[in-house]
Design a protein around this ligand. Structure first.
Ligand code: CTP
Ligand code: MG
Length: 226
C-alpha cells in the first residue's frame, strides 16, 4: 500500500513581502507563519511524515520549538534557488517509494483547513494523475500594458487559480520536475509531461501570503477558526 507524505517548500526569502526576516518566519497569530500549515498537515492521520525544505544556511528554524510535532516533522536543509528546485531537492532527500503520494504545500499558505486537506486527499488518491486545490476565477480578468492601462478583457470561462497542496505520486513528480525546472507550481511540471491533473475545489481562504497587507487577512481567518 502506498503511503501519503507532505513536503513544505520553505526556502524562499519573501522578496515581495519586503521584510528582512523570510516571510515564513514572520509572526502570524502568535506563531511563525509556517507553523500554521505544519499544524494542519501534521494533524492529518492520512499523512505519515511532513518534510520541510529549508535553505541550506537557514538560521531561524532552530530558534523555535517544534517539539509539538515530534518525529512526524522532518526538516531538510536542502532548498534551492527556485521553488521547483527546493521541491526537487527535498524529494530526492526524502527517499520515498516511487508510488508513494506526496502533498506539496507552500509554507506561505497558513490558512489551509483540515477540511480542504481531507477533501484533496479523498479525491486525488483515487485519481490516476493526482490533483490540486484550486478556485474558479470569480473576478473579471483584464490584460494590462506597461502603463497599467487595460488592453483587453480576458475570457475567464474555465479559468482557475491554482493553490496548494498539490498531490502527485513521488515518481511522477520527480520525473516532471527534472524535465521542467522553471515551473512555478508542481502541476505545471506534470502538465508539461502531457498529464491533466484534477482541479479540486477549494476556497479563497487558502490564499498565499505574499504582500504585507496579506498578513492582516490571514490573522483574521486564523482567529475566526479558533
Ligand atoms: N520557496 C522555496 N524555495 C525557493 C523559493 C520559494 O522553498 N527558492 C517556497 C517559499 O518559501 C514558499 C513557497 O515556495 O513557501 C511559495 O513561494 P513564494 O510565495 O513565491 O515565496 P517566496 O519565493 O519566498 O516569495 P517571493 O516570491 O515574494 O520572493
Ligand atoms: Mg517566489
Amino acid at each position: 500500500m502506498s503511503e501519503i507524505f507532505a513536503l513544505v517548500p520553505a526556502a524562499g526569502c519573501g522578496s515581495r513581502m519586503g521584510s528582512e526576516l523570510p516571510k515564513q518566519y514572520l509572526q502570524l497569530a502568535g506563531q511563525p507563519m509556517i507553523y500554521h500549515a505544519l499544524l494542519t498537515l501534521c494533524a492529518s492521520s492520512d499523512v505519515k511524515t511532513v518534510f520541510v525544505v529549508l535553505a541550506p544556511h537557514d538560521m531561524y528554524w532552530h530558534g523555535y520549538d517544534w517539539s509539538l510535532f515530534g518525529d512526524k516533522l522532518q526538516p531538510l536543509f536542502c532548498g534551492g534557488a527556485t521553488r521547483a528546485e527546493s521541491v526537487l531537492n527535498g524529494l530526492m532527500a526524502a527517499e520515498l517509494e516511487l508510488d508513494d503520494w506526496l502533498l506539496v504545500h507552500d509554507a506561505a499558505r497558513p490558512c489551509l483547513s483540515h477540511k480542504q486537506l481531507a477533501h484533496l486527499i479523498e479525491v486525488s488518491r483515487d485519481d490516476e494523475v493526482g490533483g490540486i486545490l484550486a478556485v474558479p476565477v470569480a473576478d473579471t480578468l483584464k490584460r494590462a500594458d506597461a502603463e497599467c492601462r487595460i488592453v483587453q478583457t480576458e475570457n475567464r470561462e474555465g479559468v482557475w487559480q491554482a493553490q496548494t497542496p498539490q498531490m502527485f505520486r513521488t515518481g511522477l513528480l520527480l520525473q516532471a520536475l527534472r524535465s521542467a525546472p522553471n515551473v512555478t507550481d508542481d502541476a505545471s511540471a506534470v502538465e508539461a509531461l502531457g498529464f491533466h491533473p484534477k482541479l479540486v475545489t477549494s476556497s479563497a481562504s487558502n490564499f498565499k501570503v505574499t504582500y504585507p497587507q496579506d498578513i492582516e487577512l490571514a490573522e483574521l481567518l486564523l482567529a475566526n477558526r479558533k
